[in-house]
Design a protein around this ligand. Structure first.
Ligand code: SF4
Length: 745
């Protein structure tokens, strides 16, 4: 294996072909599942699971027939995440199991005739290689030099292995590349995180404000159901978005704001509420700290001031602010989810939290409820060794308000430019395609090139797998046990995942992979069980239940033990902020040297001939993870570029035409994308759904279909408060003929 350079390797289909031909058992398993075939319903056997097609983790039932073949999957009626209904992606989850492009066997990078390639190896050989490398890195640099990037349930098992090995350098891009700024912004204000599912009381909301949040396209199951019910009951929606999203089309007010000016709008809304005395005075008097500072801060942030910046008319700003006040406290400024946009994201989310505070919606019916979650005892294991340093020590006090690890910082610590003594030399990447999730791919690849060990664990051959030293094929969620699902909700609850089928091919569940690797690392004492079912049964028995019982029920709900769902009228309440109050003036931010009250600062505009690149979600896909899923690919197999008709006319491009894109740094898209000419988008930006344009040729259905927005995100604006990566400051121009003829310049 070449140590100097990890070339991207396209995983060979032939590598598994031979294995299949030689193995009759595997042959028999391939293609055995035919979802949707006629079946004798009297013989079906439901197996409880929770969905892994996205992070919402809806609990459901997998129906199998008498031969153990998977038939269909549907929601569990008792589950608050899904209320008995799976979304289209969850229903299509069987496609993950059926996808013939799945990773099928452990693969090791080798060099043959000077060319790098992957070779199938046994699990034992893969484990020996990894354990030797981990021990070598630990001896040379310390166990802390191993880092884990994770997403999804499988990553939790690897987290335990890392702690047992002596590293706390564990991260998930879902924080610094997605929801981190909202956690920091809301925590600085209310002393509580938002977490998942968001504790938004949508079923009782009367006025919902969505800022760049396209719920409905962003299919958060129970929330979409609650929102549609609320719409039937007269919910008024105000959507701020440069694009007429599905939610915007259902709104009483669509504010097609000039991108990157949201903070100005939020300040002006607060100005109207305060100057017209429309805010919840009793609530603010009792619970809030710093109202006078806020009042002075927004005195000159008039709607007319904001109109100049946002292009939203002053009278519309006034009218919408009054509408929010009319319905308060059942008015909800939704915190959103993917909020890493322009680098000042924590401050934008602070402004959204403060607006909620003025409306009195935190802890109130129709605003935010107080969630509660069940406590599940930990399976006994020896104490984890302490780590001599973590990512926080590497940062040396920077981003002190970040409540979780920052994935891009792990890339920095692995990069050759890291001159500190805290170096990361080995990566495990479990269930996350870092090439798409962390911006600045060039830097990520330079960091990968600087590693002594790079292990990828996944179900599919994603872009990141092509750079690995070793690829470990994880089985899908339908073929494994995982940890008990515990998530905060109105009622505490737990749900289980039981395998509905045996792992296909040579794939294995993460708990098994971790246990076997732990044997090689002499860490078996930390994983003292033969099957993960033992762990689950032990945990459930401590709670007065059993795995056998959970197999029948799938989910158990408990009575609340702590606070009420909402604040009682005039109830005394201590918030988790330094002052114990809702902080309109943030003492945490002030202490760290940041603006204690949010300010609007202008952001760069697209140069002539360029358009801001915006991206979002589609209801039938979860990022790039589902692009190749046969069931979901059938529903949508490529993304399209939304272009305003006037822009299309000027550029001479028409509906359905394939074009390429080039960004402000001269980076061109690898593939073309079809144009969708539509009035639903403004003239200064273009839009596409994230997760398409897959480079890996082994993803037969999704390779080369559409464009990957991630490839074009090379300008990254880092949030100074918490280190998140703002990705919406990238501009693209149209390229008609591959490679370069430009239409607009
Ligand atoms: S929202 Fe849909 S994809 Fe996500 S967990 Fe629920 S059913 Fe699965």
């Amino acid at each position: 294996m070449s140590k100097s350079r990890r070339e991207f390797i396209k995983i060979s289909a032939l590598s598994f072909g031979g294995l299949v031909m030689a193995n009759p058992i595997l042959n028999a398993m391939i293609g055995q599942v035919q979802a949707g075939e006629p079946i004798d319903a009297s013989k079906i056997k439901p197996v409880p699971t929770y969905c892994e097609v996205c992070f919402w983790k809806c609990a459901g039932w997998v129906h199998t027939d008498e031969k153990g073949e998977l038939w269909k999957i549907e929601g569990n009626e008792d589950d608050p995440h899904c209320k008995g209904r799976f979304c289209p992606r969850g229903t299509g989850g069987l496609g993950m199991y059926n996808d013939e492009d799945r990773l099928k066997s452990p693969l090791m990078r080798v060099e043959v005739n000077g060319k790098q390639t992957f070779k199938e190896v046994s699990w034992d050989k893969a484990f020996r290689f990894i354990a030797d490398k981990m021990n070598q890195i630990s001896e040379e640099h310390g166990p802390e030099s191993l880092a884990l990037f994770k997403h999804g349930s499988g990553g939790a098992h690897f987290g335990k292995l890392f702690k047992a090995f002596g590293s706390r350098n564990i991260t998930a891009p879902s924080y610094a590349q997605c929801r981190g700024p909202r956690e920091v912004g809301f925590h600085a204000t209310f002393g509580a995180n938002i977490n998942s599912p968001e504790p938004v009381d949508l079923e009782n909301t009367k006025c919902l404000v969505l800022i760049g949040n396209h719920i409905g396209e962003n299919m958060h199951n129970s929330h979409v159901q609650e929102m549609s019910k609320a719409i039937d009951n007269g919910l008024e929606i105000i959507t701020v978005d440069p694009r007429l999203s599905t939610a915007a089309s259902k709104s009483v007010h669509w504010l097609p704001i000039k991108p990157a000016t949201d903070i100005a709008l939020l300040l002006a809304w607060m100005h109207v509420l305060v100057t017209e005395k429309l805010y919840d005075k009793a609530y603010i008097d009792q619970y809030a700290y710093g109202f006078e500072d806020l009042e002075a801060h927004i005195a000159d942030k008039t709607p007319e001031w904001a109109e100049e910046i946002t292009t939203i008319k002053a009278d519309v700003i006034r009218e919408t602010a009054r509408k929010m006040a009319y319905h308060a406290p059942a008015t909800l400024i939704h915190p959103g989810r993917h909020v890493t946009w322009y680098g000042d994201d924590t401050q934008r989310l602070r402004a959204m939290a403060m607006l909620n505070a003025l409306l009195g919606s935190w802890g109130r019916k129709g605003g935010f409820y107080f969630p509660e979650k069940a406590k599940v005892p930990s399976f006994p294991h020896p104490a984890y060794p302490s780590a001599s340093w973590t990512w926080k020590d590497y940062l040396d006090g920077k981003y002190a308000l970040a409540g979780s690890s920052i994935a891009n910082v792990f890339v920095d610590a692995s990069h050759p430019d890291n001159k500190t003594d805290k170096k990361i030399k080995g990566w495990f990447v479990v269930g996350t395609n870092l090439i798409s999730t962390i911006p600045d791919t060039k830097k990520t690849l330079e960091a990968i090139d600087n590693l002594d060990l790079f292990v990828v664990v996944d179900t599919m051959p994603m872009e990141i797998t092509g750079y690995a030293d070793i690829i470990l094929p994880e089985c899908t969620y339908l073929e494994r046990y995982d940890d008990i699902r515990v998530s905060p909700n109105r009622e505490p609850n737990i749900a289980v995942r039981i395998p509905a089928a045996k792992p296909k091919y040579l794939t294995k569940p993460s708990d098994w992979i971790v246990r076997k690797l732990a044997e090689k690392l002499k860490l078996s004492a930390h994983f003292n069980y033969k099957s993960y079912s033992e762990v689950l049964d032990w945990q459930l028995k401590q709670m007065g239940f059993s795995l056998a019982e959970m197999k029948e029920r799938g989910i158990i709900k408990f009575d609340r033990k702590n606070a009420n769902l909402y604040l009682e009228e005039g109830e005394e309440y201590e918030f988790g902020t330094p002052t114990g109050m809702i902080e309109l003036y943030s003492t945490d931010l002030e202490m760290e040297g940041f603006d204690p009250l949010p300010n609007y600062t202008p952001h760069p505009e697209p140069p002539a001939g360029f358009f801001r690149l915006n991206y979002g979600r589609a209801p039938m896909h979860t990022f790039g993870r589902t692009a190749n899923n046969p069931n979901l690919n059938e529903l949508m197999n490529e993304n399209k570029l939304w272009v305003n008709p006037k822009i299309a006319k000027k550029a001479g491009i028409v509906n359905g035409q394939e074009i390429w894109l080039e960004n402000q740094d001269g980076v061109k898209s690898e593939f073309p994308i079809k144009v969708r000419v539509t009035e639903r988008i403004g003239m200064d930006n273009v839009y596409m759904v994230h997760g398409f344009g897959k480079s890996n040729k082994k993803l037969k259905r999704s390779n080369g279909r559409g464009i990957s927005d991630s490839q074009l995100v090379t300008n990254v604006m880092v949030d100074p408060v918490m280190g998140g990566t703002g990705m919406r400051g990238n501009f693209v121009k149209f390229v008609i003929d591959k490679p370069e003829r430009e239409v607009i310049s």
